[in-house]
Design a binder for this molecule. Sequence first.
Ligand code: HAM
Length: 414
Amino acid sequence: MASKYQAPRGTFDVLPGDARARRRIEATASAIFERAGYEPIATPAFEDTELFERGVGRSTDIVRKEMFTFEDKGGRSITLRPEGTAPICRAYVEHGMHKLAQPVKLSYAGPFFRHERPQAGRYRQFHQLGVEAIGTDSPLADAEAIVLLSDLLTELGVPGVELRIANLGSPGSRRAYLEELKAHLRAHETKLSKDVRERIEINPLRAFDADDEGTRGVMANAPTIVERLEGEDAEHFAEVRTLLEAAGIDFEIDPTLVRGIDYYTRTIFSFVCDELGAQSEVGGGGRYDGLIEQLGGPPTPAVGWAAGIERILLALGEAEEETGRDAFIAVADPGRQREALVLAIELRHAGLTAEVDLAGRGLKGQLKHADRLGARRVLILEPEGSAQLRDMQSGEQRQIDPVDLVEAIGGERS
Ligand code: HAM
């Protein structure tokens, strides 16, 4: 049965068809996370603004343009969380999780907020689910995280997904490369977009992400960090690739891959879906070995990702179908309404789905409503204590003692 609820475009209300689909996504994710030992965590919807300025990075679009930042009544600057990794790292430091056995493996889902120009797949309030493995620099953790997202998208049936990976090196080894990239950008400065030109010094990597023709032309022959990787960074990258191959995960190395957040080191990855148009990434993430220290904790390597629930929904297409009801209890005699409700409750306690009329309909109206709900069986409580059980598909009807109802419906449940 298709969903009867249609939310007009541009509203933020999640009506039942979509809400059901979201629940399925979250339930599928929770089961996958649990099987791999990622425990759930939740952090508040807002944090001190400084957490994101320091964590996400002052030169990013998120911090420069997209945060919902307010002053609270105590004059503190607070920001609706634009992402979940910095808050989880804050919680890791604040609660002394470095004293636990490492790594600490966490999973989460919830609303996030970015003041972006809304379009299909890009909203100002959106929902992410994700994982973080904090306290390990092992390439096993990178591969484990990537496989979790791959498994999720596969299990949900998201079509046309491709995985791209790259490696940004570690901050020390990246320095020489960044100088080389800046020199390349400066040499072609006049062809670059204003945004890229302004950020040559503070965030030259973002030039790979620009969509204007001038910048793209310049970036076509820009040096890439993947070509410059050496020593432990190169070994780490090679090991992640070997592990993905061993796990049977297809991927493409994309030397131009960059992400919109500053904390990444070494591995970065992105799952894109060709069903999604311009906002083609369903989920992505990477390693962020310096973030915990930057937030005041001990040096702690970590890796994780987040996926956009709305983007998964878009890629999947249809809203979730209703599943109908096992039974509807109708009354031909209004005097038996109480009994009808008690019977429905009994069925529910037995794990079946059952409804009664709550709108005072006549018998004909009740049967019509039962049909609309997709009820597979209707029990009709008649005057003088008798009852009929009707199979809504075959139209067959037989006398039944309501005492046997759970067994009759449970036993016949297909
Ligand atoms: P992100 O790439 O900014 O990473 O966002 C992750 C995912 O959230 C995207 O792939 C996309 O599906 C979804 N998303 C982002 N912005 C929007 C929007 N405005 N509307 C709808 N969906 C959106 C992070 O947030 C990192 N915290 C991921 C991570 C975790 N890295 C390491 N650990």
